[in-house]
Design a protein around this ligand. Sequence first.
Ligand code: PMP
Length: 400
Amino acid sequence: VFDHVVRAPEDPILGVTVAYNKDPSPAKLNLGVGAYRTEEGKPLVLNVVRRAEQMLVNDSSRVKEYLPIVGLADFNKLSAKLILGADSPAIQENRVTTVQCLSGTGSLRVGAEFLARHYHQHTIYIPLPTWGNHTKVFGLAGLSVKTYRYYDPATRGLNFEGLLEDLRSAPSGAIVLLHACAHNPTGVDPTTHQWEQIRQLMRSKALLPFFDSAYQGFASGNLDADAESVRMFVRDGGECLVAQSFAKNMGLYGERVGALSIVCRTADVAGRVESQLKLVIRPMYSNPPIHGASIVSTILKDRTMFQEWTIELKAMADRIISMRQQLFDALRGRGTPGDWSHIIKQIGMFTFTGLNSEQVAFMRNEYHIYMTSDGRISMAGLSSRTVPHLADAIHAAVTR
Ligand code: PMP
């Protein structure tokens, strides 16, 4: 009965790793998937995470019962505080509902399903370009997906005028997906002043902000600075949604731990919204897994462990920033034609190199360097040892 099923293409991002794994070359380099690697090219488990896991294992009172539909209560409270700020009036006024979800992706999906059922406007605007999964997550939840201009290839920066124009012409009440910081794939973020203009325009048109926060702390090394865009929208008293992921900033990729917060006008509304979120979650996966959320809440509620986490987080962010500088210097050293300053200007895990798909294919075939076909490279996958190989490949690709 399944004879008619056609083979689906590999995921454009995860498929890069599939191809990389098949390559026998010892010089191969995977800059496709956005996961942190050490200077030695190894995945990293943070010391503070290991310590939290030890504590959990040693605590014999811990059991493996189901969590409630909305997840671990402590985790939800602490996650909201982390993104909105400890002194957030919205939290103090109990107008935020937070539910634990399956990492950032699951949080986006639960938020989207809720909006499709309970929000009057079904159009969501996502930046062009954006993380490839956004279109599918929102589309399959039943929202109608449109794009707003974001990246300008000519300047390799923000197309701010285009962005404002597109949001200005969006229908009143439309949902707008915003990357809280470290925009993926471009590494281009609005300045604080530009965020303020975006906020004013969106509020004046009653556009509903849906923040995707997958890189808090990873952009600047500072958790508060990376949450500022979200906090600006919460300070004005209006509504918003935030999908949070602990994949990158705690290195908990495979634990699938994240949270969806919905900031409402009143505590009463927040309570009703939460009751409906439960109806979204229950038939989807019943309730979320316990282990990752226990790690996060163990770290967030202990002052010393929290401190230790921020130091390890900053070290990851700093290593990425140093890779940017090293790659930039290596290209300058080779006299590679073109202005490569965007490598040091862009923010977060990725550099949007500006290499075209032909050049990407050339680098894969001749240098065994793997990246997504849009020319996005994960700076977290680079090291001082591999920078020269990448710089050689880029140089060869652009001077061919
Ligand atoms: N949003 C963005 C912008 C991302 O880059 C990612 C991860 N690549 C996610 C969401 C989701 O990540 P996860 O589901 O692993 O938390």
